[in-house]
Design a protein. Structure first.
Length: 59
């Protein structure tokens, strides 16, 4: 079980580094807003993060 949590954490950190490398600080802000909104079950914050990520990906 702890191995699964470790693998998920490693994937999340890897994805965060990829977003930061490719999309800069705005990508990190969007990714954090999306993940915090999902964990807090706040649709407004997660929606803002998702919209920013979509706008960055649509460039």
């Amino acid at each position: 079980m702890p191995l699964i949590y470790l693998a998920v954490a490693a994937l999340a950190i890897g994805f965060e580094q990829l977003v930061q490398w490719k999309y800069g600080p705005m990508g990190i802000i969007a990714f954090l807003a999306l993940s915090i909104g999902i964990k807090a079950k706040n649709t407004m914050i997660s929606g803002i993060g998702a919209v920013i990520l979509v706008m960055l990906l649509a460039q």
